[in-house]
Design a protein around this ligand. Structure first.
Ligand SMILES: [Zn+2]
Length: 407
């Protein structure tokens, strides 16, 4: 049994037209009119496939295909929102491979013991409303519903008002629901599968993440009359920290990655010595202990850089998620399915967060990766070859049948 490659390719094309950019990418930001059009098309396809469609208080959409017994479903999910000028594969591909799984079940007249449910999560990207993965976070009980409703975009619009405006403020409670397994297919967003010639990645877990915020207080002064020997330049210390953060990864080696992604300079003008700089530090590794070491190195790096330049600082380690392992029985089912497709496959870790991370907190979850060309994502160049998509989608389909139990 396989999925229908042509039907899947057509769906990718059709949904990809909603919010398509001139260069073939996708701008379908959460709770915009294009997001509504995308949701409407998905709901129509789900109803045409005979699913019972419901919407919860966070606008998450569920479509259930009944099982032979009253059991918790095998849930297949992802998201259809994108970042601005993103690609047509991140998120949407997982949802459409889930829909194709449902269609293939019907086509092959497969009855399953457990129901199979397709789930579409609201605002996964966090491009418009922070934090990312807000709706699966509420469902997992990790983010209060009120906080999510009050999240505001840059124009001050509230998430709950935008949900209502596009007609997706549902009545079903957004609470943990039981499931037999949660499955999510996603693009890798990194180079490993493509470089090594694998079509399918069996994801063992999601790396641990540490976020820190550093504020440096130097002495703002005139760029002309102030001699070099009496300067306390916050940006010079920050530059040392940026280079030092890179060194932490180089010195620790292995899989650890470290990034300074955000930096603000005050007053940020040509003729003033920077008085205040804030910057962000993102560090990730499969092993939580590595991040403990990395944080100690970061503390020392900041202390030394600030001592050299004579600036004061505050360093806050304000967010931390541990390594999220996926459920061994779900990972094993995905591995059996991948082997059955004949695709070259390997085990892999996810360096990015996904809705599956929150789902793993409330039930057995697993993920399937397909390659990203040049490792790129969140850009219009995002691309996955159809051969790999077919292998990934068939893996998803066979894993769902395995976990849902064929009768
Ligand atoms: Zn995604």
């Amino acid at each position: 049994m396989r999925i229908d490659r042509k039907r899947l390719a057509q769906s990718i094309d059709e949904l990809g037209k909603i919010g398509e950019t001139p260069r073939g990418g996708l701008t379908r930001v959460a709770l915009t009119d294009d997001d509504r059009r995308g949701r409407d098309l998905m709901v129509r396809w789900m109803r045409e496939a005979g699913l019972r469609v419901t919407v919860d208080q966070m606008g998450n959409i569920f479509g259930e295909r009944v099982g032979a017994e009253r059991l918790p479903p095998v849930m297949i999910g992802s998201h259809i929102d994108s970042v601005p000028t993103g690609g047509k594969y991140d998120g949407q591909l997982g949802v459409l491979c889930g829909l194709e799984t449902i269609r293939a079940l019907d086509q092959h007249r497969v009855r399953t013991r457990h129901p199979v449910t397709l789930a579409i999560f609201t605002n996964e990207e966090g491009a418009r409303f922070q934090p990312a993965m807000i709706a699966s976070g509420v469902m997992a009980g990790k983010i209060p519903l009120e906080d999510a409703y009050n999240a505001r975009d840059k124009d001050g619009l509230r998430l709950v008002d935008e949900l209502e405006r596009i007609g997706y403020l549902g009545a079903e409670p957004c609470v943990p629901r039981p499931f037999r397994a949660y499955l999510e297919l996603h693009i890798e967003q990194g180079p490993v599968l493509e470089e090594e010639g694998f079509a399918v990645g069996i994801v063992d877990g999601i790396v641990a993440i540490s976020w820190s915020r550093l504020t440096l207080h130097g002495v703002q002064d005139h760029a002309g009359p102030t001699p070099m020997r009496i300067r306390h330049d916050a940006l010079v210390a920050a530059a040392d920290v940026v280079a030092g953060v890179r060194s932490i990864a180089r010195e620790l080696g292995g899989d650890v990655v470290t990034t300074v992604g955000n930096l603000t300079v005050q007053p940020n003008i040509v003729n003033a010595i920077p008085g205040t700089v804030t910057l962000s530090i993102d560090m990730r590794d499969p092993r939580s202990e590595t991040l403990d070491t990395a944080r100690e190195r970061l503390d020392a790096t900041v202390k030394d850089a600030c001592a050299r330049e004579g600036v004061r600082y505050e360093l806050e380690h304000y967010w931390r998620v541990p390594y999220t392992p996926f459920a061994p029985d779900v990972v094993a089912a995905i591995e059996r399915a991948a082997a059955a497709t004949g695709a070259r496959h390997r085990h892999i870790l996810s360096g990015a967060g996904h809705d599956a991370q929150y789902m793993a907190a409330i039930g057995p979850a697993g993920m399937i990766f397909v390659p990203s060309r040049d490792g790129r994502s969140h850009c219009e160049e995002e691309f996955t070859p159809m051969d790999d998509i077919e292998h990934g989608a068939t893996t998803l389909f066979l894993a769902a049948v395995d976990l849902a139990g064929r009768v």
